[in-house]
Write a protein of this length. Structure first.
Length: 166
């Protein structure tokens, strides 16, 4: 019976520690959904005259969560919603959907988040070979995300996909 208070204390500490851990956000769906989600986004983009923004990342990735917050900030959400169909592509622990990342020239092997912008017809317009958005997230630069969205919204030319530092 002397162990009971110790057991209760240990359980209380364990529950307290579990509650103190930050909750993960499920932003990125099951990796198996990626192809269907991209195809649906391209169809919708064609009907709505928007571009497709592919966001490659994982629910474990802190920078990916921050990018999601920046994309949906009060300043950026109206730009995003008016001009883009956002698709989250889950790369797991950098082992899933690598073929899709490769198809769009997205270097997820260097880390995530990474993005690609597609035309309403599904043509690649931009790939973050320069890690610009990841660096913006790491430096807390929400205006860089705004600039990116404005640069790539429909009706703008943005940069050539072959340019490394758009």
């Amino acid at each position: 019976m002397r162990l009971r208070p110790i057991f209760v204390l240990a359980c209380g500490l364990a529950l307290g520690c579990a509650a103190a851990r930050p909750a993960t956000r499920d932003i990125y769906p099951d990796p198996g959904q990626a192809r269907a989600d991209i195809a649906a986004a391209i169809r919708l983009a064609g009907r709505t005259h928007k571009r497709v923004l592919l966001d490659f990342g994982g629910n474990w990735c802190g920078d990916c969560i921050v990018l999601e917050m920046y994309l949906h900030s009060a300043r950026n959400a109206p730009i995003l919603n008016a001009n883009f169909i956002l698709v989250h592509v889950n790369v797991g622990e950098l082992e899933d959907n690598l073929d899709i990342a490769g198809k769009y020239g997205v270097p997820v092997n260097r880390g995530v988040p990474e993005v690609a912008v597609l035309s309403q017809a599904g043509k690649l317009l931009y790939s973050t070979r320069d890690k610009a958005l990841e660096l913006a997230v790491q430096h807390g630069d929400t205006s860089a995300v705004t600039d990116f969205l404005l640069r790539w919204k429909p009706g703008t030319k943005g940069c050539s996909v072959v340019e490394v530092s758009c």
